[in-house]
Write a protein that binds this ligand. Structure first.
Ligand code: SF4
Ligand code: SF4
Length: 60
């Protein structure tokens, strides 16, 4: 999973729905997904209102 920051409004929905705490933000509300913690459950993607989260093809 990857967040394209140019489409992200910083609404925080993805952060709230991620049960693995894989999504973190810095002080500027730039969100990142940790590939170590993310299980590709797709929850954040389905909640994102702007389509900023894109699947990178799942875990290898
Ligand atoms: S795909 Fe699932 S585990 Fe990965 S960041 Fe999104 S909500 Fe969290
Ligand atoms: S749900 Fe989408 S728009 Fe909202 S903070 Fe997450 S990536 Fe950004």
């Amino acid at each position: 999973m990857e967040i394209f920051s140019q489409y992200c409004t910083g609404c925080g929905y993805c952060y709230l729905v991620c049960k693995n705490e894989a999504i973190t933000s810095d002080l500027n509300m730039i969100l990142k997904i940790s590939s170590e913690l993310c299980t590709d459950c797709n929850m954040c993607q389905s909640y994102c209102p702007t389509g900023a989260i894109v699947s990178t093809g799942g875990k290898k």
